[in-house]
Design a protein around this ligand. Structure first.
Ligand SMILES: [Zn+2]
Length: 121
C-alpha cells in the first residue's frame, strides 16, 4: 500500500474514532435525562428499560468498532496494516478503502462468515 493511501485511511479512521467518541458522550448525556424522567414517572419504567437496552446494544457495538479502529491504527504504527491475519497476504487497497478495519483478505473473511453461519445453525 502506498503512503498516500495509508495517510488517507489513517485520517478516515481517526475521524471515525472521534465521531464514535462524541456519539458515546452525547448518548451518556441522554441516558442521564432518561433516568431523570424515570424518577418523575415510574409507570413508564418498561419503555425506559427498553430504550436503555437499545442504548446498551449500540454502545457495545460502538465499543467493538472503536477497538477495531484502535487495532488498525496500532497496525499502521507497527507496519502490519493491511495484511490478512490468516495468510499474511496484502488485503487489496480497494477493500481497505471501504473497510479500513478489515483484518482478513476477502477469501478468509468469507471463510470466517461461512464458519460462523455453520456454528449458529
Ligand atoms: Zn487471507
Amino acid at each position: 500500500m502506498d503512503a498516500k493511501t495509508l495517510i488517507k485511511l489513517k485520517k478516515q479512521l481517526l475521524s471515525e474514532r472521534e465521531r464514535l467518541l462524541n456519539a458515546a458522550s452525547s448518548s451518556r448525556k441522554s441516558d442521564f435525562s432518561i433516568a431523570t424522567e424515570d424518577l418523575a414517572d415510574e409507570t413508564d419504567l418498561t419503555s425506559v428499560e427498553l430504550s436503555q437496552g437499545i442504548v446498551f446494544t449500540l454502545r457495545e457495538k460502538e465499543q467493538r468498532t472503536l477497538a477495531d479502529i484502535d487495532e488498525a491504527l496500532q497496525k499502521m504504527e507497527d507496519g502490519s496494516f493491511g495484511a490478512c491475519e490468516d495468510c499474511d497476504e496484502q488485503i487489496s487497497a480497494k477493500r481497505l478503502e471501504i473497510y479500513p478495519t478489515a483484518r482478513f483478505c476477502i477469501v478468509h473473511q468469507e471463510e470466517r462468515e461461512k464458519r460462523k453461519k455453520f456454528y449458529v445453525a
